[in-house]
Design a protein around this ligand. Structure first.
Ligand SMILES: O=C(O)CCC(=O)C(=O)O
Ligand SMILES: [Fe+2]
Length: 383
């Protein structure tokens, strides 16, 4: 009896392991090129909805892989996001002060410079704020903005989910930790993300320009529908990096003609896809270049985030009165999940970041961030 039960248990375990291994294989298998995903627009509505793109703008997005829309959001709406950032900074300052990490909370400073002063007191404060996963209402309001979702619908179709990777970029002046080198967003995800168009809205909370570190894109670098070789990790950061020579060789980018600097005024938005190479310039100004990046994709496709977090349904043609359930996105601390999965130090003041992308690419350069990754790949799929 005992023996039989053991056998049954064992066979159950083998079945489970096989199932798990198959799911993992599918997720990690390199994909064949998928150009159509990135260059073909879905069928368009006959009557345009509020805020929707002209056919020229849509063509630009699919041909070039990016599009800047100036004056898209009313500044009132962005001002709400700024206020939420002020609250997040204030909360972090209080936490650091209570823990004895800083001796001055710099309450007299403002949105444009308080975090810089805090960074001066405790190196890595900007990273701590980047790591936290709180999604204030005003960020949700931008993510689910009616005009924005109308544009998203034109690009990915009427079934829309929010992708779990979103960021508040805390780009303080002259900070290597917040200067993101050339990459394709797919490089941060599992190879299966290549199958699905993911639309990013990069929304600056200041006038973003060349001096304070706006984005650059390599126009047309998405057209082959592949993810070029990336390496890990750039300088003293957790970022993967796409070398310029590989951008030329693998993606057919002409560095002189295709590299485009995308200045975006307050109120504007830069739209990208998950295969377009992009980087952010160094912030050589004296103010913080705050921005948000939010993403959408079809809900029925794998989001490529290694099973760590689900996508959240935001709009469906099946129910015009659909209400978004934000609990998955807003309630859970995504960094904690990522840290648990990577075996990273869970200390609330640790300024290291690691993630599954460190397992996908060769680590050619070790630093304090890569040191926190455990070599055991099996841990990634626990969450
Ligand atoms: O804001 C930045 O500096 C980098 C943004 C980025 O890489 C993205 O939005 O995908
Ligand atoms: Fe990116």
């Amino acid at each position: 009896m005992e023996g039989k039960r053991k056998l049954e248990e064992e066979s159950e375990n083998v079945k489970k392991t096989n199932k798990h291994a198959k799911a993992e294989d599918k997720e990690n298998v390199e994909q064949k090129p998928m150009p159509d995903v990135y260059v073909v627009a879905p069928p368009q509505p006959h009557v345009k909805k509020v805020g929707q793109l002209t056919s020229e703008q849509l063509k630009h997005y699919f041909d070039k892989g990016w599009l800047v829309l100036k004056d898209f959001f009313p500044t009132k709406k962005l001002d709400e996001a700024r206020k939420a950032v002020d609250v997040l900074v204030d909360e972090l300052a209080n936490k650091l002060y209570k823990a004895g990490k800083i001796s001055n909370k710099h309450e007299d400073k403002d949105f444009f410079n308080r975090l810089t002063y805090l960074e001066g007191e405790f190196k890595g404060t900007a990273v701590l704020l980047h790591k936290q996963g709180i999604l204030p209402n005003s960020f949700q309001n931008l993510w689910a903005d009616e005009k924005m979702l109308n544009v998203v619908e034109q690009i990915i179709g009427p079934e829309i989910a929010g992708h779990p990777v979103w960021n508040l970029r805390t780009k303080t002046p002259h900070n290597e930790q917040t200067t993101v080198p050339w990459h394709q967003d797919n490089a941060y995800l599992a190879p299966c993300s290549l199958e699905t168009l993911q639309l990013t809205a990069w929304i600056p909370l200041v006038n973003a320009n060349m001096v304070n570190g706006c984005m650059q894109v390599a126009s047309g670098g998405h057209r082959k529908g592949i993810t070029a070789k990336h390496t890990c990790c750039a300088g003293g950061t957790w970022y993967v990096q796409l070398e310029e020579q590989d951008m030329v060789k693998e993606l057919g980018v002409d560095l002189l003609k295709d590299v485009t600097t995308c200045e975006v005024p307050y109120g504007g938005v830069l739209l990208m896809n998950n295969a377009i190479p992009h980087q952010s310039l160094e912030n050589r100004s004296e103010i913080i270049r705050w921005s948000l990046d939010l993403r959408w994709q079809r809900p029925d496709k794998d989001n490529g985030f290694y099973g760590l977090k689900k996508s959240v349904l935001m709009k469906t043609s099946k129910n015009p009165n659909y209400k978004i359930d934000w609990s998955e996105m807003a309630g859970m601390n995504r960094t904690k999940k990522q840290m648990d999965a990577s075996g990273e130090d869970n200390d609330e003041f640790s300024t290291e970041i690691s993630g599954p992308w460190m397992q996908r690419w060769e680590i050619v350069h070790h630093n304090r961030h890569t040191e926190t990754v455990k070599p055991d790949k099996s841990t990634w799929h626990k969450a």
